[in-house]
Design a protein around this ligand. Structure first.
Ligand code: ADP
Ligand code: MG
Length: 375
């Protein structure tokens, strides 16, 4: 298939911050972009050439995208995978609806990871109550997670006894779940891969991720792990992308256990919050890779140009009716502020992020902490 070149129209399902950063990357390269999002104030809308303000299942809007876009991607995994498969009958779509469907469902996701010969946590798929009539001791103490629609730690319960599992399963609506053994984590890391339909593949440096209340708080790059372990994580991420015959940008989240072994926690069929550092610190960023792979262009070089720490900015820091004081952050010559243009600052809502680039990651982390104090 020939490469899609500027000023072709590209389409994206979803107009949140990931969609916005995709639009910026695509527009910078000279493409035009259509965004489908039901929110009139969607963060991506103000940068898009066309904003189709309609539901993700709106047949008319999807038909218009299929007609007018040379290629279509998504910014979130909970898009209707069937809608993506239908779009793919008339236009180029990446990632595929099949890959998105796998990433939507923790049961399918884990079984694909294992089929690729890669490790996950020990887990039990629970589709109905009867699946709990077995010896659960290998998974306890553990975490019960809904198979679908969980994010930022939502849809999860810590469980210690078989009776807790049963109660939590019923409490979460008896929907399909996975029960995972609680592991003793040394660290969490992630790797973002870009792969084309010709199997050209590039993988970004590994990020070390720290969460607060289930939400990513900071990513530190390069991750403070052995270079050999980081290489292993990158190789595992590539191996999974190959196994899925994945086209587009794929994020792989890992747990590093106390013995320095790696298990894959979950995947996202898109750029990821833990890859935002690439915007400021790499030769190409994860959204440029999304554009490139969507358009059938070689993935760009992912090399890290400087150690970098990314910190999320949540709505919690907005004063009543006001705005955080950005002055000190804006004056820092090695920091970059990214705000997503969201109107309502709610607690836990991702409003933006900032990065600090420095000669070493620990120094950048210290500066991130100091700058946060000023907000
Ligand atoms: P989400 O979709 O909300 O990101 P995750 O499966 O990544 O869900 O879980 C959120 C966080 O909970 C992880 O980043 C990790 O800190 C912790 N966690 C999840 N599963 C396990 C596990 N099996 N053992 C230990 N910690 C876990
Ligand atoms: Mg996660």
């Amino acid at each position: 298939m020939p490469a899609i070149l500027p000023p072709s129209m590209l389409g994206i399902l979803g107009g949140g911050q990931l969609g916005r950063m995709f639009v910026v990357a695509a527009k910078t390269m000279g493409y035009r972009v259509t965004v489908l999002d039901p929110d009139p104030l969607a963060p991506a809308a103000s940068f898009a050439d066309v904003h189709l303000c309609a539901d993700f299942s709106d047949a008319e809007a999807l038909a218009q995208m299929a007609r007018t876009c040379a290629a279509i991607t998504t910014e979130f995994e909970n898009v209707d995978a069937d809608a993506m498969r239908r779009l793919a009958q008339s236009t180029r779509v990446s990632p595929s609806g099949d890959c998105v469907a796998i990433a939507q469902d923790r049961i399918a996701e884990k079984s694909w990871i294992n089929m690729a010969g890669l490790p996950t946590t020990a887990y039990l798929a629970i589709e109905q109550q009867a699946d709990l009539d077995t010896d659960l001791s290998a998974y306890l103490p553990g975490i019960l997670k809904t198979a679908r629609l969980g994010y930022d730690g939502k849809g999860q319960r810590r469980v210690s006894h078989p009776a807790d599992v049963c109660a939590a399963f019923v409490d979460m609506g008896s929907q399909a779940c996975v029960l995972e053994k609680m592991l003793d984590l040394k660290l969490e890391v992630s790797a973002v891969v870009a792969r084309t339909s010709h199997a050209q593949i590039e993988v970004f440096p590994v990020a070390e991720n720290h969460h607060a209340e289930g939400i990513l708080d900071v990513s530190i790059v390069p991750a403070r792990i052995d270079a050999a372990l980081a290489d292993k994580a990158r190789a595992m991420a590539c191996k999974l992308a190959e196994a899925l015959d994945y086209v587009g940008v794929l994020t792989v989240e890992f747990f590093v256990l106390q013995d320095d072994s790696l298990v894959i926690n979950e995947i996202a069929p898109r750029p990821h919050n833990s890859g935002h550092y690439t915007l400021d610190a790499c030769i190409n960023d994860q959204f440029q890779q999304q554009v490139r792979t969507l358009c059938g262009l070689m993935p760009g070089r992912p090399d890290l140009l400087s150690p970098c720490v990314m910190a999320n900015i949540l709505g919690d820091i907005w004063p009543e009716g006001g705005e955080p004081d950005w002055a000190v952050l804006m004056e820092a010559p090695n920091a970059h502020l990214h705000l997503y243009g969201k109107q309502d600052a709610r607690p836990g809502r991702k409003m933006g992020h900032f990065t600090v680039l420095s000669s070493c990651a620990d120094e950048a982390l210290e500066q991130v902490r100091a700058l946060r104090e000023t907000l």
